[in-house]
Design a protein around this ligand. Structure first.
Ligand code: SF4
Length: 355
């Protein structure tokens, strides 16, 4: 039988780390030193913490860990500017993370769960079913993996600029751990990534949207909409039965009114499923009638990326552009997403936990 895993220091808040060190009889400044090593220097091993007494390093090494993910494989695509890591949890469940480096920014797409219970028909992760909620540390560790990649000569020590919670899983199904991870990443005495650098994407869990509206941190919100009517949306996303479009848009409207933050609607385009000109027209009408001000909304059109074993097709370029034009006629701000990582199965909806 498996022995109990050692505590992962990345799972601990600053206060919990201080409590642990206090319980070990250490002076308060040791916790601060360790916090800086973990979250500012991104130390991966205790022997990098050379300003700690040797006995303390040995105890940390014997009784705790830095991180818990096992890195299985890293794939590079887009001439090395996109990297997908496949990690494994202790029981072998997959976790995928994608780093995308652009001339002006570096974004990491992070998983909040292993697998996903939401079963969206167009998504490879949904086919795995739900495996695990990730802990705070498992979420943070993916971001630090990306930040360490950026230290390689190819990237000239660039800084990570954006963290998007759009990998495996539905972040609002794991709200507490997801939000706790942001807390750690945002800590000015640690990783110190600014509040506007985070985007959380949801299938439209209304309670999560309402909770985020109360959050003082201006985290960006992205809604996976994907259809202009309930019938089409329910066929693509079973969650629509629980939170139909009217309820979802009402929650988004309230969110924008309360926070004055911009919301983006993600719309994956599937050939002859949800990409007809009438559907663009309907979507334009729907969004304009929703009460959400055009100044705080944006539609991201995403030509669907192939997932093996599905009968779905990717919208032809002409249909994508026609759809965009249909929305613009309603003065709905809208762009077609620049695609990354298709060749390595790292693009939106492709994360399947396979190498
Ligand atoms: S699209 Fe997102 S919410 Fe839907 S099954 Fe995939 S990972 Fe889950």
């Amino acid at each position: 039988m498996d022995s109990e895993p050692k505590p992962n220091l990345l799972d601990l808040s600053r206060e919990q780390l201080a409590d642990l060190l206090k319980a070990w009889g250490q002076p308060a400044f040791r916790a601060k030193q360790i916090h800086r090593h973990l979250h500012l220097n991104l130390a991966a091993r205790f022997d990098e913490m050379t300003d700690l007494p040797k006995a303390l390093r040995e105890r940390l090494n014997a009784e705790t860990t830095i991180g818990s993910l096992q890195q299985a494989v890293v794939h590079a695509g887009d001439a090395g500017m996109t990297r997908k890591a496949l990690f494994k949890l202790r029981d072998g469940s997959p976790v995928e993370t994608v780093l995308m480096v652009y001339p002006d920014r570096a974004t990491v797409c992070v998983s909040s769960q292993s697998g996903c219970p939401m079963a969206c028909v167009f998504c490879a992760t949904g086919k795995l079913g739900f495996l695990h909620d990730l802990t705070r540390g498992e979420i943070v560790e993916q971001v630090y993996w990306a930040a360490r990649q950026l230290r390689e000569p190819q990237f000239e020590n660039r800084r990570l600029t954006n963290v998007v919670f759009m990998g495996m899983g539905e972040p609002f199904n794991n709200y507490t751990n997801w939000r706790a991870a942001v807390e750690i990443l945002h800590d000015p005495e640690g990783f110190n990534l600014g509040a506007r650098s985070y985007t959380v994407s949801t299938v439209g869990l209304v309670p999560g949207i309402r909770k985020l509206a109360e959050d003082p941190l201006p985290i960006n919100l992205a809604i996976s909409l994907h259809a202009p009517d309930d019938e089409t949306r329910t066929a693509m996303m079973p969650v629509n039965k629980r939170f139909p479009i009217a309820d979802l848009l009402e929650a988004v409207r309230d969110y924008t009114e309360k926070t004055n933050r911009r919301v983006s609607f993600e719309y994956v385009l599937l050939q002859e499923k949800n990409d007809f000109p009438e559907q663009a027209d309907r979507l334009g009408q729907l969004l304009r009638a929703s009460g959400i001000r055009p100044a705080v909304m944006h539609v991201n059109l995403i030509p669907w990326n192939p997932v093996p074993g599905t009968p779905l097709g990717r919208s032809h370029r002409k249909r994508v552009l026609a759809f965009q034009e249909g929305l613009l006629k309603h003065a709905v701000p809208c762009t077609v997403r620049v695609e990354r990582g298709i060749d390595i199965g790292a693009a939106c909806g492709q994360l399947a936990g396979t190498a």
